[in-house]
Structures are given as C-alpha cells and as structure tokens.
Design a protein around this ligand. Structure first.
Ligand code: THU
Length: 140
C-alpha cells in the first residue's frame, strides 16, 4: 500500500479519537478500515457503565462496514492513547478485535499501528494473529 494512503488512513483514525466515549478508561482509540472498493469505515471505542458492553474502535469500524454489506477489506489504521496525552504510544488491537479481523480478512490484510502520520508500524494479519482459527476451519 502506498505511503500516502497509509497516512490518509492514520489521519482518519486520529480524528475518530475525538468521538470516543470513554468516561471510565479515558483511553481513546480511533480506527479507519479500508474496504476493497477503497471506501473508509471509521470507528471509535464506546464504553458502558456495565463495562462488558464496551466495544473497541476496531470492531466499531468492522461492524459498521459489515452491517452495510461490505466484507472485503484491505487495511486498518489504529491510533490510541490516554485522553490529553502529549505523545501517543503504539496501541495494538486486543485479541477479540484480532479475531474479528480473522473472520473477514485474508493473510495480506495490513494492520497499521500509528503514533502519528509519521510514526507507524505495519503488520500482516498472520503476524499479529498466527495460527488463527477462522472460517476455513468450519466452512467446507
Ligand atoms: N480499546 C480499543 O478500542 N481498541 C484496542 O485495540 C484496545 C482497547 C479500548 C477499549 C476500552 O474502551 C479502552 O480502550 C480501554 O481498554
């Protein structure tokens, strides 16, 4: 994926952090998911007083896309950190979000973890979720 596209996705993810609803953790995460047709689906984390219903930014983005009939994805950018932090650290996706990626994405799906548009790391799906259990194990 070209660098300009990566930076564009990171910018979308950074901007989404403003919409995070995080009264409990104050940890704001934004995600930008690039679909096969180049449309971008964004997401933020949304917490709940009952804690369990909390949803991560990545899954918000996936579920927005899938609920609109989109199931072909190329990449996701993830930006996260504490509310008001001067500088962000890399925010890696949790195990549940990695499993959701595994449901809908192929091995060449690109996971972009960013501190800023200039500081990011990229991984393939098998790099962040090796030996994954997925649709291939259940579907004939
Ligand atoms: N969170 C995400 O949105 N994505 C991640 O990859 C890691 C964690 C959220 C969930 C919760 O609202 C907050 O960060 C603290 O765990």
């Amino acid at each position: 994926m070209d660098e300009q596209k990566i930076k564009e996705l990171i910018t979308y993810a950074c901007n989404m952090r403003a919409f995070s609803y995080t009264p409990y953790s104050h940890f704001n995460v934004g995600a930008a998911l690039l679909a096969g047709d180049d449309k971008v689906y964004t997401g933020c984390n949304i917490e709940n007083a009952s804690y369990t219903p909390t949803i991560c930014a990545e899954r918000t983005a996936f579920f927005k896309a899938v609920s609109e009939g989109v199931k072909d994805f190329k990449a996701i950018a993830i930006v996260g950190g504490h509310d008001g932090a001067d500088e962000l650290d890399y925010c890696f996706p949790c195990g549940v979000c990695r499993q959701v990626m595994s449901e809908f994405c192929r091995d060449n799906f690109l996971v972009i973890i960013a501190k800023s548009v200039d500081e990011y790391k990229t991984f393939s799906l098998p790099e962040i979720l090796p030996e994954r259990f997925g649709p291939k194990d259940l579907l004939c």
